[in-house]
Design a binder for this molecule. Structure first.
Ligand SMILES: CC(C)(COP(=O)(O)OP(=O)(O)OC[C@H]1O[C@@H](n2cnc3c(N)ncnc32)[C@H](O)[C@@H]1OP(=O)(O)O)[C@@H](O)C(=O)NCCC(=O)NCCS
Length: 175
């Protein structure tokens, strides 16, 4: 399988003490801890391993620079096929929430996708997940459809959101 193009350098945000890096196999144990407390139907280790091998998948982690071990504060996984991108996963450790880390990850990812000529970005979000919907709306995403009873654990609907890259807006700066 061909190597995936990844950024040459880590993306460092000194204001937030966060560095964004491509996800690696060694990150998965830490990621699973966040995944398991973030979603009713968390992904398994093998799903993350598959994403690392998938040439269309771009997984990144945000590491908090102030701890010795550089704790993983959050992660994002996006597929890019031709000009169409799909956000598959985004989560932030509960201890790091409401500090602008998801916004930072999304901002990084949208720049990354713009650099690879993505034209449109899609995602699904639970109808009840107002926090995430507000986050995405801050970047200019809007509701474009509904997938009825999409989530198997509770048959909740998914709101499909989309963003034309030409319309992406900058959310406020990380604090
Ligand atoms: C949704 C999630 C990723 C947000 O991460 P975060 O780092 O706390 O988000 P940020 O601090 O970057 O917040 C950015 C904006 O998102 C919205 N937001 C985030 N958390 C919110 C909350 N608890 N209530 C309301 N709005 C919220 C706000 O608009 C916020 O801007 P503001 O702080 O200026 O009001 C995080 O809560 C999480 O991991 N949740 C569980 C997993 C999940 O739902 N993932 C998304 C799947 S589609």
């Amino acid at each position: 399988m061909k190597n995936k193009p990844i950024p040459d350098k880590p993306y460092i945000c000194p204001d937030a003490d966060i560095t964004i890096l491509p996800m690696s196999r060694n990150d998965i144990d830490e990621i699973l801890e966040i995944e398991n407390v973030s979603f009713p139907g968390p992904w398994s280790m093998s799903i993350f391993e598959k994403e690392l091998k998938n040439p269309f998948s771009f997984p990144f982690v945000a590491r908090f620079d102030k701890t010795e071990t550089k704790t993983i504060a959050g992660y994002i996984i996006v597929w890019l096929v031709a000009e169409e991108a799909h956000i598959l996963n985004l989560a932030v450790h509960p201890d790091f929430r409401r500090k602008g880390i998801a916004r930072l990850l999304l901002e990084f990812m949208l720049d990354f996708l713009a650099g690879r000529s993505a034209r449109v970005v899609y995602l699904e979000v639970r109808r009840s997940n107002i926090s995430a919907q507000r986050l995405y709306m801050g970047f200019g995403f809007s509701e474009i459809g509904v997938r009825k009873e999409y989530y198997s654990d509770n048959k909740e609907d998914a709101i499909v959101m989309g963003l034309e890259m030409a319309c992406k807006s900058r959310a406020a700066k990380v604090v």
